[in-house]
Each structure stands twice: as C-alpha cells, then as structure tokens.
Design a protein around this ligand. Structure first.
Ligand code: 13P
Ligand code: SF4
Length: 321
C-alpha cells in the first residue's frame, strides 16, 4: 500500500512536469480511474476519450485503455505525444480484423458503405467510410440506412446484429467478437433475474443477442451509467466489464450493482468480466510510461494512414457534435 501511495505521488508530479494528462477508460482498474480524476484527466467511454484527448491542452496524453484508443488519440492529435502504459494492450476485435482480409471483404462489395467500430486498427479505419463507437452506432447507421445504401459492418458481430435488428438496415457482417462480453450467459442471467426480481438489467451491446434480449437498458459504458442514474430501481445486474462498477458505486452509493454471470467460472472463463488488456494499465505501467524511453510506450501512426483514418473519424465526431 505504501509503494502504491508513493507511485501515485510520483505519477502526479511527472504528469505536471511533462504537461501530460491521463485519459482512462471505465474498464481500467479503480485506482487508475481515481488517479485520472484526481489529476484533471478523464474517465470516459471510447467516444468521450477521443474527444477529451483531442481537446486537451497538453503536450502528452497517457491513454490508459487499449491500443485502438491510443491510435485514435494520435490520429486526432498528431502534434501530441501519445503514450500507453503497455503497448501490448490490444483488443480481440482489433486482433480479429486484420487489414488485408478486411480490405478484401470490402473490395468484394464495392457498392457498400463501410462502417467500422472504433475497436480497430488505424489501417482498418483508413479503409472505412465511417467509424462509430457503441454510443453513436445506432444513430449513424439509421442515418446511413435512410440514404438506402447497404452497409458493411465490422468487426463486432453482436453489436452489428443489435444495430441491424434495431434499424432494419441491410448489413454485411464481419465475424468478430469481444472476448469479455461474448462470455455473458443468457441462461444464467435468467436464473439470476429470478433471484432479484426488482433488479434492472443493463447490457453492453457487445454481448450476445440472447443477453441483449433480457436487457432493460442497452448502451455504451457512459450510457449504462446514465441509465442506472435515471432508472428508479435500487438494484442492477450489469453485463459489461466489471471496471464500470467503480463509477457506478461512486455516483450511486445507495444502489446495488451485481455482476452478470459468465458462461464459465473463475477457472474456465477467458476473461470473467474483466478485459485482460485493460488490466495491463497498472500504476507501475503508467509510471514506466512517464519515465522509460518513449520507444517502449509511444504510439505512432504512419502519416499517410493517419490522413485517411482521420476522415471517417472526423465524420463521427462531427455527426455527434
Ligand atoms: P464504450 O466505452 O464506448 O462503450 O466501449 C466499450 C469497449 O469495449 C471498449 O473497449
Ligand atoms: Fe476489446 Fe472487449 Fe477488451 Fe473492450 S473489453 S478492449 S472490446 S476485448
């Protein structure tokens, strides 16, 4: 505990010295979220992180999240130094959507508008017409559907089916998934619901359709927090990464939040409702990013790629502005 307190103080000083801010996602560990709040950084969903990083008056951004978030920040702020506590922190959606294959898929359907989830590499974004995050995907696809153009959607098939069902849009789907949300079990959730009849069920749309079907509210991390604040229920069953409980408990100490059950248990599930890549953002790793050679931590995006990826990203940011 002493070492942690010391690390925190050192990080605070380093952030000041470097004119750096900490931009953290709701899935990072509670102490990282608390530190971001204490130091004038932000804790947010993917869309808000992108905006905050772009608008921050800082020389350096420490992105406590996963690689696509660091890349997005760099694309939006090429003049800033963007550091990640651990460059190995990736995402199963990004890993499951290699640019060569995705590009071939798009080439095979040239009449389609290409919409990609933010959870992708800079190269995949550069191949897209639109980038979306879970908080704005529905509105953007609705807007595109009104223009009557068929859509290529990648890479999250669960979020894709949710949106296709909601909007009726014609969507050709890439078959990727998030290893964290894919493990929530509808059957076990139903059993749990019987135990807590007054609880509302909050579900992130990266979860399977069978789980989404049981939801009282579906949305991005920020939208789920907002839903818990707006709903009269005292108890919530939450199907998303457990990192989100920090903010929910902080904002609503009088309410009770319960983890939705996963198909496996501690011994067999791959993630158990906590993303292994988000978990790489520890205090020591943040300290290292501010002290070690930048080569081990800095995000680079090829300038030609950056220029292309900026177009669909800006489209999203302007759409939601
Ligand atoms: P949001 O915070 O945009 O809901 O993203 C969820 C996610 O899985 C990020 O990795
Ligand atoms: Fe990717 Fe899922 Fe981890 Fe988010 S929680 S970074 S979508 S693997």
């Amino acid at each position: 505990a002493e070492r942690k307190a010391e690390l925190k103080e050192q990080i605070k000083q380093l952030l000041k010295d470097r004119n750096a801010v900490l931009v953290a996602h709701y899935y990072t560990d509670p102490e990282i979220q608390a530190l971001a709040e204490e130091t004038g950084g932000c804790v947010a969903d993917s869309l808000e992180m992108a905006r905050f990083g772009r608008d921050a008056e800082a020389d350096t951004l420490i992105v406590a999240g996963v690689r696509f978030m660091g890349e997005t920040s760099k694309i939006l702020s090429p003049e800033k130094t963007v550091l990640m506590p651990n460059l190995e922190a990736t995402c199963s959606l990004d890993l499951g959507c290699p640019i060569e294959e995705f590009s071939a898929f798009c080439d095979a359907h040239p009449d389609h508008t290409v919409v990609v989830y933010a959870n992708t590499s800079a190269a995949v974004k550069a191949r897209a017409d639109w980038v979306v995050t879970s908080s704005i995907a529905l509105e953007i696809v609705e807007h595109l559907d009104e223009q009557g153009k068929p859509i290529i959607w990648g890479p999250d098939r669960h979020l894709g089916s949710y949106i296709a069902n909601k909007t009726g849009a014609e969507m050709l789907m890439w078959q990727g998934e998030c290893i964290v949300h894919d493990e929530f079990s509808a059957q076990k959730l139903n059993d749990m619901k019987a135990l807590y009849p007054d609880a509302a069920i909050l579900v992130h749309p990266e979860s399977p359709a069978s789980v989404v079907d049981l939801a009282d509210a579906v949305g991005s991390t920020s939208q789920l927090i907002k839903a818990a604040e707006d709903m009269p229920n005292q108890t919530f069953i939450v199907a998303t990464d457990k990192g989100i409980f920090y903010k929910m408990q902080q904002l609503m100490p009088q309410k009770t939040f319960i983890e939705a059950p996963t198909a496996g248990n501690g011994a067999t599930c791959k993630s158990c409702a906590h993303c292994p890549w988000m978990a790489m953002n520890g205090l020591q790793a943040i300290y290292n990013s501010l002290t070690e050679g930048v080569n081990d931590h800095e995000i680079h995006v090829d300038p030609a790629l950056r220029e292309k990826a900026l177009i669909p990203l800006d489209r999203m940011l302007n759409f939601s502005a």
